[in-house]
Each structure stands twice: as structure tokens, then as C-alpha cells.
Design a protein around this ligand. Structure first.
Ligand SMILES: [Fe+2]
Length: 494
């Protein structure tokens, strides 16, 4: 019998000087004071270290076990000690600066440049005041729908002593420029460009510039630079991994690559500073004053926690013979509607990958119309369906920009991409590695902030010109259509 000591790897990893717990959907537990987490029961009469017990439920108590999400918090003061809510004393009263009910239907293909932050020079924005609502559907009061925002900020929330909590939905944040230092009730996460972070409904958090080394393809943004990115909010439920079906038990986003924080508590000198918690309820913002920091959870256990995921860990799957699979094959996370297989919101990635299809497969995406609405963003580089994109300053679909093809709105590769792809002999597999694009896809038609439709410094008003060179000039069948030649069909190779 071997006497060697077995090696055990705890399910934690360390990044940027922080420890994370790995997995998705599992039960986590963490304490930043040894012995603070009660054992054997959730709600003892005498809580270690004089802590208070508080349960945060993300689903109904009676939700099926596989969907049930809750966390037990052991904290210095319970959340009820935070003051009553008051309406914000100044604009904007609505998250993202726009009343979602004012958004408008949009039937044209739409594309936007990065939001022109410089146009607001002299105004200091933090993460919350720097949100810009772009697209919206549904109603948070009915727990149905979603909202898509851009964010940009130069000021840390910690410098303003503000925090944010969303009663309306779960938030998914994708930094495009600038690494984020995200403080939450359950711990701290550093989130770099090419990573995403999910903040569950009801969790208080704060977003600051990361003062360490900013990583990702956008080099070296300093702590004072503008940070910017995208944010998706879902009013129903939360995000989960998609089913894998015949793919099997591995692939796409693997559960072990999701990182959850460990318990983290501010020092006493910071704890006793008055602060403001900005709360969002039914799209409106309120201010709650507090005599103390909300980051006072000394221990917690459960499965309702913020988490982050590195998109570069995505294991892409697609055809190695001919044609493309539908883009759902690139789904990272999904928030399902009540229709089986139909998403309120899919988060879809177009990662660097090998295109290994045969010589008679058009490698860019096909032209299509989709019952789903497709919002796209670009984290870096260029997107393979648009040659007019990139970092050459020529406009088009550029990093930080976005596009929307609403339900049934035609779209596809631009004319130059199509012509180039038809001419490509495609005689060998090729590594497609020009950028990182993503898509938020929803079964709801999206309505658009009126400013996003009319602000010509923001909207790319010439977008549809990219398809106008797809003319009928190459069609060789007019004689057949016009009946001026015989009607015998030639054999083909099907
Ligand atoms: Fe599409």
C-alpha cells in the first residue's frame, strides 16, 4: 500500500491577488474570519462573532431544486439598517438616462459607433451615471424583458461613496476598455476586457477602475482613463449554461472556468463612512443613505453569487465538413424564456477559431432573417462579416461599437466581404483570429433609445450602404426565367 500523501487541489484559483471559487451552479461557502460560518445549521440563535444572519433568495422558495438559488449571509449589520429610499435629487431619474417607455420601434438595420463620451467633457461620470440605455424590451414590473446599456466612466464609485443595487434584474457586464475592480456584498472580482461578470438581482455592488495592471487586448489603460463596455440586464430569472445535447458533457463554456468571489469585508475605518446606495426599481433610480458600508458580509454559503468568466476559455464547436452550424453553437450563457429552446437572452461569442470547411462553403455568415433580435458588439479587432470594420479608423463596425438587427430584419456580410469570400478558394483550413465579437440575442423585438436613433455622432447613418453593391449583375439565369431557352434541367451533383 502506498504511503504517499494524496495531493488535493481545492476548487479555488488565484488571480490579480484575489482568490476565487470555481464552478457554476454549485454550492459555495466562504468566510474571511475562521469560524465565522455557522456549521450544521443556517440560522443559529448565537451567530459566531456577533454577526447577523440574512438570506438572499434569487428564486422563489419553492422553485424546483435545479433552479433554486439562494445565499445565506453572515454580516456585521443586516440590510434593514440601510435608510429609506428617496427619489434621486437630480437627473437622470432613469437608469441609463432614458425612460424605457420612450424607446421606439426600429425596423431598419442599425449600427453605432462607440458612444461619444468626449461630447460630455467636463462631466464626471461613475459607472451608474455613465450608463447609457440603448435597447429595451418588456417591462421589469412583469418580470419579462431585457435592457442593453453601454457604460463609460472616468470616476470611481468609491470616490463618490456610492453603490448600486438592481431590483429589476440580473446584470451581465462586458468591459471593452479598462479593467474593473468590482466590489460586491459577496466579495471582490477583478474583471478584464475579454471577461464578463454577472451580478445577480439584489446584490449591492460598486464598480471602480482596477488600479493594478489592466489586461486584455486593449493595452495599458491607466486608472484615470475612461473605462467603457456593454451591459445586459434580464428581468426574468438569470443566466445559466446552455444545454449541450449531442455535443456531450464538455465544450462551449465549461462550468469549472466560472469564478466566484470569496467573502471580503471592508476595514473598520472604511466601514463607518456614510454612503449612498443607488437602487433601481422598475427602471427608476432611488437613493438610500447608509451610515456604513454594505460590504460587511464576513461569511456566506449558497449558490446565488456574482461570478466572472474569461471568454478566451470558450471551447468553440462548428462544422468540419461543410456549411456552418447556426450561431447558437457559440452560446456562452442563456436566460431562457417560458418557450422551450427560446431565449429571452442568449450571450453568444464569435471567438478566434479555425474554419475547416470545404472548398465550396462560403465562410462568412450567410444572409438571413431571424425571428430573434440580434444585438452585436465588438470587444477588439474586427468582425469577419464586415470588411469595413477594424482599427483603421475607417468607421464601420469598430471596437466599442454595436449593431442591431431586429426581428426579421435582413442582414448578413457586407458586399465587399461577400465578393472576397466567393473568390476565396477555401482550399485549406484557416485560423480566423482578427477579433472578438459577441451577440445578445432575444426572442423579443427590441425598442431603441430615441437618442440612439437620431444622434449622428453616435449612429452610423450610412450602415445600409454596405449592402448596396450586391446587385443582380452576376445573375446568369435571366434567359431561363424569361423562358427564352429550353426548360430541361441540367444534372447537378446532389
Ligand atoms: Fe444575424
Amino acid at each position: 500500500m502506498s504511503t504517499a500523501t494524496p495531493h488535493c487541489h481545492a476548487s479555488t484559483v488565484e488571480q490579480d491577488g484575489l482568490v476565487y471559487q470555481t464552478g457554476l451552479g454549485n454550492q459555495f461557502e466562504s468566510e474571511c474570519i475562521p469560524g465565522a460560518l455557522p456549521r450544521g445549521r443556517n440560522n443559529p440563535r448565537m451567530v459566531p462573532f456577533g454577526l447577523y444572519t440574512e438570506q438572499l433568495s434569487g428564486t422563489a422558495f419553492t422553485a424546483p431544486r435545479a433552479e433554486n438559488r439562494r445565499v445565506w449571509l453572515y454580516r456585521i449589520q443586516p440590510s434593514v439598517t440601510i435608510g429609506a429610499a428617496e427619489s434621486l435629487p437630480q437627473e437622470p431619474q432613469f437608469a441609463g438616462g432614458c425612460d424605457p417607455r420612450a424607446c421606439e420601434a426600429a425596423i431598419d438595420p442599425l449600427r453605432w459607433h462607440p458612444y461619444p463620451v468626449d461630447g460630455a467633457a467636463g462631466v464626471e461620470y461613475d459607472f451608474v451615471s455613465g450608463l447609457k440605455l440603448q435597447c429595451h424590451a418588456g417591462d421589469p414590473a412583469m418580470r419579462e424583458g431585457l435592457a442593453i446599456y453601454l457604460y463609460s466612466f472616468g470616476t470611481n464609485m468609491k470616490d463618490l461613496q456610492t453603490h448600486f443595487v438592481d431590483h429589476d434584474g440580473e446584470l451581465l457586464i462586458m468591459p471593452q476598455q479598462g479593467s474593473l475592480d468590482v466590489l460586491t456584498e459577496l466579495g471582490r472580482l477583478i474583471v478584464h476586457p475579454t471577461e464578463l461578470v454577472v451580478i445577480p438581482r439584489g446584490v449591492v455592488f460598486q464598480v471602480n477602475h482596477f488600479e493594478g495592471e489592466s489586461k486584455g487586448p486593449i493595452p495599458g489603460t491607466s486608472p484615470t482613463a475612461t473605462a467603457r463596455g456593454y451591459m445586459l440586464e434580464v428581468y426574468k430569472g438569470g443566466f445559466a449554461l446552455p444545454e449541450l445535447g449531442p455535443i456531450g458533457s464538455n465544450g462551449l463554456a465549461n462550468a469549472r472556468d466560472f469564478l466566484h468571489p470569496v467573502a471580503w469585508c471592508v476595514a473598520q475605518s472604511d466601514y463607518e463612512k456614510p454612503c449612498c446606495i443607488v437602487a433601481k426599481m422598475q427602471s427608476q433610480l432611488y437613493a438610500k443613505s447608509s451610515t456604513h458600508s454594505p460590504y460587511n458580509v464576513v461569511a456566506w454559503h449558497g449558490n446565488y453569487s456574482p461570478y466572472k468568466y474569461n471568454l478566451e476559455r470558450f471551447c468553440a464547436v462548428n462544422s468540419v465538413t461543410y456549411d456552418h452550424l447556426d450561431p447558437s453553437i457559440y452560446t456562452v450563457l442563456s436566460c431562457q424564456s417560458e418557450h422551450v429552446g427560446t431565449a429571452l437572452a442568449d450571450v453568444v461569442l464569435f471567438p478566434p477559431r479555425v474554419l475547416a470547411t470545404d472548398a465550396n462553403t462560403l465562410r462568412p455568415p450567410w444572409f438571413h432573417r431571424n425571428v430573434m433580435s440580434e444585438y452585436m458588439g465588438l470587444l477588439y479587432g474586427s468582425y469577419d462579416a464586415k470588411v469595413s470594420s477594424g482599427t483603421d479608423g475607417a468607421g464601420g463596425f469598430v471596437p466599442g461599437g454595436s449593431s442591431l438587427h431586429n426581428a426579421m430584419v435582413p442582414h448578413g456580410p457586407d458586399a465587399a466581404t461577400y465578393v472576397r469570400a466567393v473568390a476565396d478558394p477555401c482550399d485549406a483550413p484557416v485560423l480566423l483570429n482578427r477579433g472578438l465579437a459577441f451577440m445578445f440575442e432575444t426572442y423579443l423585438p427590441l425598442r431603441v433609445n430615441p437618442q440612439a436613433l437620431r444622434d449622428e455622432a453616435w449612429r452610423d447613418v450610412d450602415y445600409t450602404a454596405c449592402w448596396q453593391d450586391l446587385t443582380a449583375a452576376d445573375f446568369t439565369g435571366w434567359d431561363w426565367v424569361n423562358g427564352t431557352v429550353g426548360t430541361t434541367r441540367e444534372e447537378d451533383d446532389r
